[in-house]
Write a protein that binds this ligand. Structure first.
Ligand SMILES: [Fe+2]
Length: 380
């Protein structure tokens, strides 16, 4: 048998194998939903309170420098295994997000009313949740970081609260419009690797949206053109228009492995923002891709207090449906309720990888402003 025949046979066999594997393992269309047991929840809730007593908050250098060791020692083993596996699985079967249902007990009375915006939130009330979130990132293993581009840093844990003054915006503080799916900080080269969203309240019953690049299966023509570095992404709606425009960097939407790619994408900024300044070819590709992607959005999950969504930001985008903050639907009647309250943490798997854009005196603070452009550290 000559080499050509052998290669042809191997290719036919491997195509056949890939075909049968994709029949056995269809593309993932939804995150795994893991129900945390009462015992695991009690252990985690107790851990959060105990770490608060010892370290004060999760940014304490004595805690954060020992994060990985603590994470593997303290977390319930099943949860540690799940997240550790997710940290090294970028396969065709990895959706890129998991839901941890009932991760912590939330004492609603102790939490008190939801303030008007994140600025008025008492950080002391969130400290124990910060420890638990940090441990989950730590076990991936990944290191919690903060971004100057978001709230000028603002700490490792951000409270996301609907703000009436920003109700119509495409930001975490918005509410009245659908928040289109996006990977976090798609306008940065050094966006977070992993994200966690811990829901302390969602009485309005707002569904969370997730969209995974893996849901398409093996990339077809609508996806292949997204590897071209021809796409722009303005900074997000947290910025004024003048400040958000002006940078001419073009990037690809997909990157990494051609068969199992990573994604950097923001529907609102790259497609719906009229000022995005995409080339006609780029816009056409984006619109074609979005037509397919929209049908793959998962929005069946309505988080409850104590639930967490843990996301690989290179595989899975997130968003949420529009809602009326502070009101829930009870048998067709809108009844007042406490407003939504969610806690976000972001992390990078390598601190070394971000030091070219990190604050010179704080290796955990990313100073990237827009695709490689860096804020002046003197602004901190
Ligand atoms: Fe986001």
């Amino acid at each position: 048998m000559n080499t050509q025949t052998l290669t042809a046979l191997v290719n036919t066999d491997s195509e056949h194998l890939a075909g049968s594997l994709s029949t056995i393992n269809p593309a993932p269309l939804a995150p795994a939903i893991i129900t945390v047991s009462a015992e695991e929840r009690a252990k985690l809730t107790k851990t959060g309170k105990a770490l608060k007593e010892i370290y004060g908050n999760c940014e304490n250098p004595a805690f954060i420098s020992m994060l990985h060791l603590n994470a593997f020692k303290i977390l319930p083993e099943r949860i540690a295994r799940l997240l550790s596996r997710m940290g090294a699985d970028f396969s065709a079967q990895q959706y890129g997000a998991i839901v941890l249902k009932g991760l912590v007990d939330v004492d609603q009375e102790e939490l008190g009313p939801t303030p008007a915006s994140w600025r008025e939130m008492d950080p002391e009330k969130l400290v124990e949740y910060g420890f638990i979130s940090a441990l989950l990132h730590g076990v991936v293993p990944s290191k919690p970081v903060e971004y100057f581009a978001q709230r000028r840093g603002g700490g490792l844990l951000h409270a996301i609260i609907p703000d009436n003054n920003m109700a119509w915006s495409q930001t975490g503080s918005g509410s009245r419009t659908d928040l289109f799916v996006h990977t976090e900080d798609a306008f940065l080269f050094n966006a977070a690797d992993f994200l966690s969203f811990l829901y302390l309240r969602n009485e309005e019953q707002v569904p969370s949206m997730l969209y995974s690049i893996r849901s398409h299966g093996k990339p077809g023509p609508a996806l292949e053109c997204l590897f071209e570095p021809i796409y722009k992404c303005p900074k997000d709606a947290n910025y004024d228009t003048d400040e958000a425009l002006g940078e001419g960097v073009h990037t690809s939407v997909l990157y990494g492995n051609r068969n199992t790619p990573f994604i950097r994408f923001d529907a609102a900024e790259q497609i719906y923002n009229k000022e995005a300044g995409q080339l006609p070819e780029a816009m056409e590709n984006l619109v074609n891709f979005w037509r397919e992607a929209k049908t793959l959005i998962y929005n069946d999950f309505i988080p409850e207090a104590g639930d967490m969504i843990f996301v690989n930001n290179h595989l899975c985008a997130h968003g949420r449906s529009a809602f009326t903050a502070g009101y829930r639907n009870e048998n067709g009647r809108m009844v007042k309720c406490e407003r939504r309250l969610m806690l976000r943490m972001m992390s990078k798997t390598s601190l070394i990888g971000i030091q070219s854009v990190a604050h010179p005196e704080n290796p955990y603070l990313v100073m990237e402003e827009h695709y490689g452009k860096v804020y002046d550290p003197a602004r901190v």
